[in-house]
Design a protein around this ligand. Structure first.
Ligand SMILES: O=C(O)CCC(=O)C(=O)O
Ligand SMILES: [Fe+2]
Length: 366
C-alpha cells in the first residue's frame, strides 16, 4: 500500500483467533475481472480434458483473491425464486412466530438468528443487521444416501440437523420443500466442484470423495433490511461484519442490491457486483488450511445497501464430513512452503470457529 493512502484497522475472528488488519480507508470500488473472474463451469459436465482446463482457471482464482463468479452452474432461477418467496413469508411474519425457530432452541447452530440475537456479538462493536435462517446437513434429504437409518455411529454423532426449525416453519406452505430442493442442487454442484479443486491441486479427481459423503453443508437464507426514504444505516450498523468463511468453500447467490465487498490483495475493499445468473464462490479457512495457505480464504463483509427494499442472499457453506480428520494435502508441502498445520477433526474445527465468531466482543484497537 502506498504511503499516501489513508488506512485504518479492522478486527475480526480468523482461523488463528482474533486478528487486526490494516485496510485502506478509500471508498470501495468495483472489482476487476482479474480480481474476481467469471468462470464458466459448464465444463463440470464435460470430459476429463474439460475439467482439467476448468481446474486451471479455478486454481488461478483460488491462489489470487480466493473469490470467483461461476456461470452455467445448473442452479435454476426457479429454485432460487421459490427459496426467496417462501423465506419472505418466514421473515415477514410476526417476531414471536420467527422466534419459535430461534437458534436459542438449537443444540447446534441451525434455525433463525434475528437482529436482536446478535447485539454486541461482533468484534467491531457494529451490529449485524442481517437476519438468517439456517438449515444443516441432513442425510435424509441427501439423494446419495441410500438408507439413512444405517448411518455409521461416528458419522451420526457429528450431524447437526435438528427438527425444531422445520416444526416451527411447518405453517409456511412449501418452505421446507423450497429450501431442501435448493440445498440438494447446491450439494450436487459442490460435490462436482470439489473434484475440480482436487485436480487443481494435482491430486486424483476423487481424492476428497470419501470426505464429502456426509459433508458439512449448511444453507443460510439471509435478509438485510432496507432503509426507507430518508433513513440511512447508523454508524453502529453493518449488513454483516468483516469475516472469513469457515468451511471449504461457499456458493453464494445474491440479489441485485449489492453490498458484498471483498478485501483484495492490496487491502482495498472491492465490490462484488451482483451479476445475473451467476453464483459467487469463495474459499473458506478449512480449505486454506488444507492447502497449506496456497488457496486464499479472503476477508469479506456486507455494507448496508442503499435502497428501501430488503436485500436477500442465499449462501451454501460446504465442508468435509465432520467425523473425519484431515491433514494438509501432500502436493501443497514444498521446501519453500513447509507444512504449517497439524491434522484436525473437521467438525471440531468448524464448531469451534462458528461458536467463537458469535460469542465475543472486543473494542477496536487504536
Ligand atoms: O450475503 C452476502 O452477500 C454474504 C454473506 C456471507 O458472507 C456469509 O454469510 O458468510
Ligand atoms: Fe461469508
Amino acid at each position: 500500500m502506498t504511503e499516501a493512502v489513508q488506512t485504518h484497522q479492522i478486527a475480526l475472528m480468523s482461523a488463528t483467533g482474533l486478528i487486526y488488519r490494516t485496510v485502506s480507508s478509500e471508498k470501495a470500488r468495483d472489482c476487476t475481472p482479474d480480481e474476481i473472474p467469471i468462470i464458466d463451469v459448464a465444463r463440470l459436465w464435460g470430459s476429463l480434458e474439460d475439467r482439467k482446463e476448468l481446474a486451471r482457471e479455478v486454481l488461478h482464482a483460488c491462489e489470487n483473491t480466493g473469490f470467483f463468479y461461476i456461470k452455467n452452474h445448473g442452479i435454476t432461477n426457479s429454485s432460487i425464486t421459490k427459496v426467496l418467496d417462501r423465506s419472505k413469508e418466514f421473515f415477514y411474519q410476526p417476531e414471536e412466530l420467527r422466534q419459535k425457530a430461534s437458534r436459542r432452541h438449537a443444540k447446534h447452530l441451525g434455525g433463525y438468528l434475528g437482529r436482536a440475537d446478535r447485539a454486541g456479538g461482533s468484534p467491531t462493536g457494529k451490529i449485524n443487521t442481517k437476519e438468517v435462517f439456517v438449515m444443516k446437513y441432513d442425510p435424509k434429504f441427501d439423494p446419495t444416501v441410500e438408507d439413512f437409518t444405517k448411518i455409521p455411529e461416528e458419522v451420526n454423532e457429528g450431524l447437526h440437523a435438528e427438527e425444531f426449525y422445520w416444526q416451527a416453519t411447518q405453517h409456511i406452505d412449501g418452505f421446507q420443500d423450497a429450501l431442501v430442493g435448493h440445498w440438494r442442487s447446491c450439494l450436487d454442484l459442490a460435490r462436482r466442484l470439489i473434484k475440480i479443486f482436487a485436480i487443481a491441486l494435482e491430486l486424483p479427481e476423487n481424492y476428497f470423495e470419501h470426505l464429502v459423503t456426509y459433508p458439512g453443508a449448511d444453507l443460510g437464507v439471509g435478509l438485510y433490511p432496507g432503509w426507507p426514504e430518508g433513513m440511512v444505516a447508523k454508524e453502529a450498523e453493518m449488513g454483516l461484519n468483516a469475516h472469513t468463511d469457515v468451511q471449504c468453500f461457499t456458493l453464494l447467490w445474491q440479489d441485485n442490491h449489492g453490498g458484498l465487498e471483498v478485501l483484495n490483495r492490496e487491502s482495498q475493499w472491492v465490490r462484488v457486483k451482483p451479476m445475473d445468473d451467476t453464483l459467487v464462490v469463495n474459499i473458506g479457512d478449512f480449505l486454506m488450511r488444507l492447502t497449506n495457505n496456497r488457496f486464499q480464504s479472503t476477508i469479506h463483509q456486507v455494507v448496508p445497501h442503499d435502497s428501501p427494499e430488503d436485500r436477500m442472499s442465499v449462501a451454501f457453506f460446504f465442508g468435509f464430513n465432520f467425523n473425519e480428520q484431515c491433514s494438509v494435502v501432500p502436493t501443497c508441502i514444498t521446501p519453500e512452503n513447509p507444512k504449517r498445520y497439524e491434522p484436525v477433526v473437521c467438525g471440531d474445527y468448524v464448531q469451534q470457529r462458528l461458536e467463537a465468531a458469535e460469542s465475543f466482543k472486543v473494542p477496536m484497537k487504536g
